[in-house]
Structures are given as C-alpha cells and as structure tokens.
Ligand binder design. Sequence first.
Ligand code: ZN
Length: 150
Amino acid sequence: MKVRARATASRPAVRPPPEAPPALEQAAMAARAGAYAPYSGYAVGAAVRSASGKIFTGANVENASFGLALCAERVAIAQAVNAGERRLSAVAVVTASEPAAAPCGMCRQTLAEFGGDDLEIILVSTSGKRLKTTLGALLPHAFRPAALGK
Ligand SMILES: [Zn+2]
C-alpha cells in the first residue's frame, strides 16, 4: 500500500527547484556569454547587487595589448557606478574553474571602494558549485577611502 505525503498549510504548493541559482548568480552566468576573451579563452561573468537592490553585470574584455584587459568584476562595478550606485551588497563571479575562481587583487581593491568587509562574494563554477565568502576574508585590512579622509 502506498502512503502519500499529505500537504500541510505551512508548505507551499510549488517550490522552486532546489538547485536553481539565485538571480544574482543567474545574471553573472548570462553576462559570461558576452565575454571577449580571444586570447585566454577564459570567459568570466560577474554581477553586482547595489545597496538599492539593482543588479549590474559585466564580462571580461581582453585586448591585444594584454595589460589592458578588463576583468568582469570591474566592468560590472563600472556599470553600477555609472548608474549612480555607490554601495554594493553582493557580487557573483562565474568561471569554468574548479574550484570557482576568486576576484583578482585589482578587483578586490576596486570592490573595497564600494563595499565593506561584509560585502558578500559568491564564487560560482559553471558546473554549479559555489563558495560564499566576503570581501573582508579576501582582502583583509583593505585600503579604503577613509584612509584619505573620505
Ligand atoms: Zn580582476
């Protein structure tokens, strides 16, 4: 005899799939498709959430003069800042790396301009594995505008 689970009032009738990535991660994954990485072949997508709740995205943009490459994180940050945002609450970065790659030092410093030690950073692999950390963990004792009296 089969026993069926009984629905209760506290359980919603429809649940999202348990593995569905949150909107910020989905935005970063979609942004990755726009990467311009003909030299490294290493596509990166990033999405930042501003303190006002808006999401801005970016992908890496390489250059034949390698040192001019723009990281996905800084492209996304620039989009947010250009829209008038000055405070970030979360960042998602998507790469094909296992484990998922973390922002480079330059991007960590750029994030420190617009986020505190508690800035949530979500590192996502295209396989779906993720690691959550914070800017404070990735860049302790960051140099911030306060050091310049700002
Ligand atoms: Zn970077």
